[in-house]
Design a protein around this ligand. Structure first.
Ligand code: SF4
Ligand code: SF4
Length: 301
């Protein structure tokens, strides 16, 4: 069985306790406007063009069908419909300006890669985090990997946006030691506007996981003027509190613009170009709001 992953990130200190290796899966069933990993939203391999690495040598222009890649002062301009051999540019470019994302990997191969850092997991109380995209989209592959890592005694966190059928994902939840659970809006209409899907099932699944007494970290992405309406934020805080003791940590994740370059590299538009990051004062106010609702929060995750 093969899985399709975007990236394996070693020595991460986010996405759960200790030193971790995070596996980013391809494919997601949400489409968040602020997604920092747009290369993972749609399944399948993607070619990214990194302008900052381009030396303007023109080799790719020569190798591509006529007019499909143009060299300009701003770097290469790629017509992705016309360029039928974009995949080849990863090998052709002498400066590694093209990068392929989306790597097929077998269960045993991934297990081996994740076991390489076991000494760091043990010494730091860390482990492996499955993220994405939505890792649960590749449920059968992930289940095999998790079964093996459980045998290896590795701590596993599952980072999910919760938009799945509970019974189908239950075996993954049972194997996970920690669930990192995103709640992107409380009002379903707002959720729909921000992500392309309603959230009834997501909230229901959060309640079910809390009922399993699984350790949960809830993650609340907040984007200025997009999903940070005061009433909705308050409702999210209240909902998190209603989940009870299962929630060990609540992370406020203030919007950042780190993903913008990826949109350019993929040649896709970024909807939130006008949105700026919060100031420190604004983040403090959000923390205060949580405090008033008697919810302990951390910033970042
Ligand atoms: S081959 Fe690479 S360095 Fe040369 S123009 Fe194309 S992207 Fe730039
Ligand atoms: S759930 Fe995560 S990976 Fe999927 S679109 Fe939203 S931010 Fe991106």
């Amino acid at each position: 069985m093969k899985g399709l992953i975007s990236q394996i990130q070693h020595y991460s200190t986010k996405d759960g306790p200790g030193i971790r290796t995070t596996v980013f899966f391809m494919g997601c069933n949400l489409h968040c406007k602020w997604c920092a990993n747009p290369e993972t939203i749609l399944p399948g391999k993607k070619i990214m063009y990194h302008k900052q690495k381009c030396m303007g040598c023109g080799t790719c222009v020569q190798a591509a069908p006529p007019f499909s890649i143009r060299l300009t002062e701003e770097g290469c301009v790629i017509d992705r419909k016309l360029c039928t051999n974009l995949n080849d540019m990863v090998e052709i470019c002498p400066y590694d300006a093209y990068e392929e994302r989306g790597q097929e990997i077998g269960v045993e191969e991934l297990r081996r890669k994740l076991n390489r850092d076991i000494i760091f997991y043990r010494s730091s109380g860390g482990g492996v985090t499955f993220s994405g995209g939505e890792a649960c989209q590749q449920r059968d592959f992930l289940l095999e990997v998790m079964r093996l890592l459980k045998e290896d005694g590795i701590h596993m966190a599952l980072d999910t946006a919760g938009n799945w059928e509970y019974e189908r994902v239950l075996p993954l939840l049972e194997l996970a030691d920690l669930i990192l659970y995103d709640i992107k809006a409380f009002d379903s209409g707002l959720h729909w506007a921000c992500t392309g899907v309603g959230n009834e099932r997501i909230l229901e699944n959060a309640r079910k996981i809390a009922g399993m007494k699984k350790n949960m970290h809830i993650r609340l992405v907040l984007v200025p003027g997009v999903n940070d309406q005061r009433e909705d934020v308050l409702e999210r805080f209240r909902f998190v509190r209603s989940l009870g003791d299962a929630v060990r940590q609540t992370d406020l994740l203030p919007y950042h613009r780190l993903g913008v370059g990826k949109y350019q590299a993929l040649g896709i538009p970024y909807e939130l170009l006008e949105i700026q990051e919060y100031s420190e004062d604004q983040v403090e106010k959000l923390k205060e709001l949580a405090k008033k609702e008697r919810l302990a929060v951390t910033v970042g995750g």
